[in-house]
Design a protein around this ligand. Structure first.
Ligand code: ARG
Ligand code: CA
Ligand code: ZN
Length: 277
């Protein structure tokens, strides 16, 4: 089949009274640059070859568009700005206060929150909630409550400096790949090193990534190294250009075919995923 799924997105820009375009109250253009990056990455529109010569990036046939109708049925830009009176956010406050007060129905919208991180989230780029696996044999992700479903991204990691240079960006992670990575988690992907920090490849090992076409890896990667091979007894260098590693934004350019298939199984079967397409 040849179905392209389009996911309706709401971006909640959470601030504490900052003027439009200052602090975490980022501009509409910075938000739009992020949507553009998601479409480039998930559709492989940049046609980049990959640093790893064996790696072939997949067109996942998943697209994103800002919602055009809000939960009350009114026209919207899909960008929801909310002054919650809080300068910065740790995880408990986000989960118990921010999300419940601002979320749009997660059966109908993919929720992205953008805010300033603090407390236990200082220096975190973003985080995601895995899909509910109750209807998915063999897809080992734990999932979470409907009321907290979605991704949360630090404002300086949201959007692309290359597309919209006038935004507010981190000096290292400025190409919007944090959102690509976190949405990968939301659609069922694990890190390419499987979070097990070992080279053992076992299809039933819940700590692996369930994607045989990502070469074995035992550690996360930072920066953009050449020739990294954390599992020398398995074929292939570490696929450091995979969106599900921890490399610099500019270094990332690949979802594999198996990652695509895993995401499509989630999108076609999982609660609050299948209702979005
Ligand atoms: N969950 C990871 C973190 O918060 C995100 C890594 C994103 N990587 C990137 N190159 N943008 O640290
Ligand atoms: Ca502020
Ligand atoms: Zn991650």
């Amino acid at each position: 089949t040849n179905t392209v799924y389009t996911i309706p997105v709401v971006v909640h820009v959470i601030h504490n009274g900052d003027a439009y375009g200052t602090g975490e109250n980022i501009t509409d253009e910075q938000v739009l640059s992020q949507i553009q990056v998601l479409n480039q990455d998930f559709r492989r529109m940049l046609n980049t070859p990959g640093y790893n010569t064996n790696a072939v990036g997949a067109d996942t046939e998943i697209e994103f568009c800002l919602a055009q109708t809000d939960p009350e049925g009114n026209e919207t830009t899909g960008i929801h700005r909310v002054n919650l009176g809080t300068a910065s956010w740790g995880e408990t406050a986000i989960e118990t206060t921010m999300k419940p007060q601002t979320q749009w129905n997660p059966d109908l919208y993919f929720n992205i929150w953008v805010c300033r991180f603090g407390g236990d989230l200082t220096d975190v780029l973003g985080y995601a909630q895995f899909p509910d696996n109750s209807t998915l044999g063999g897809i080992d992700t734990t999932g979470g409550l409907a009321e907290t479903d979605g991704v949360v991204i630090g404002y300086q990691y949201f959007g692309s400096q290359d597309i919209y240079p006038d935004g507010t960006y981190d000096s290292q992670f400025f190409n919007g790949r944090t959102s690509t990575h976190e949405i990968g988690h939301c659609f069922g992907l694990r890190h390419i090193w499987g979070d097990s920090f070992s080279c053992t490849v076992n299809a039933t090992d819940s700590l692996k990534d369930y994607c045989p076409d990502t070469p074995a890896a035992s550690t996360a990667t930072s920066g953009c190294p050449t020739g990294k091979n954390s599992c020398p007894n398995s074929p292939g260098n570490d696929m450091i250009e995979n969106y599900m590693d921890y490399t610099d934004d500019g270094c990332m350019n690949i979802f594999t075919q198996d990652q695509k298939e895993r995401m499509l199984i989630v999108l076609e079967n999982s609660p609050r995923r299948s209702s979005l397409r």
